[in-house]
Design a protein around this ligand. Sequence first.
Ligand code: GTB
Length: 217
Amino acid sequence: MNATITAFERSPDRGRGLARDMRVRWALEEVGQPYEVRLVSFAAMKEPAHRTLHPFGQIPTYEEGDLGLFESGAIVFHIAERHAGLLPNDANSRARAITWMFAALNTVEPPILDLQTIRLLEGDKPWYQQRLPLVEDRIRVRLGELSARLGDAECLDGAFSAGDLMMVSVLIRLKASRMLDEYPNLSAYVARGEARPAYQRAFDAQLAVFTGQPPTG
Ligand code: GTB
């Protein structure tokens, strides 16, 4: 039986890859697992039925038989553990790939989320103009460090892994700000991720929710 994930019925970005079901779709596509999608409205996410699956009333969730998961990181990790293609077999390489997943979620994503939060919700506050450059600088510190580590490598640690999938998913959230352009190797890294056929299929499927057109891939 196919796994079922949840996604926005109406995503604020009109299905253009920013909502976190995208990383789950991408992981499923990378490992070649078909999946079902249950679309949920903002109201339905806060209902008890959805909260049974997701205590914080959000998407994405993941259901597979009697297993129910929430948190995109945990879901991608589960998919990568159960299916070949996203984690190396060698134990140390595997541990490092998992480390990069955590680094993406715990070290790189938080300042990026801060930027999006202040832009969306705090633009009218008196401190906004002072806070904005501070938050942007915190992101630049992380991008500079990541850029230095990546250097001219294709991936963060050997072959493409769930660590790269998660890092690219996080960095993509910066595209609209043009900040990534300051780090050509990171821009190219993100572009390589987006060019992967599995990413394209996932993107098309997410966009199709909004356009109503069936995905082409
Ligand atoms: N830590 C959780 C995870 O990684 O799964 C965070 C989940 C989360 O933030 N879910 C968001 C959600 O359900 C959707 S992804 N929000 C509704 C709510 O909290 O009530 C965040 C998101 C939403 C929309 C855009 N966008 O359209 O640009 C980008 C990112």
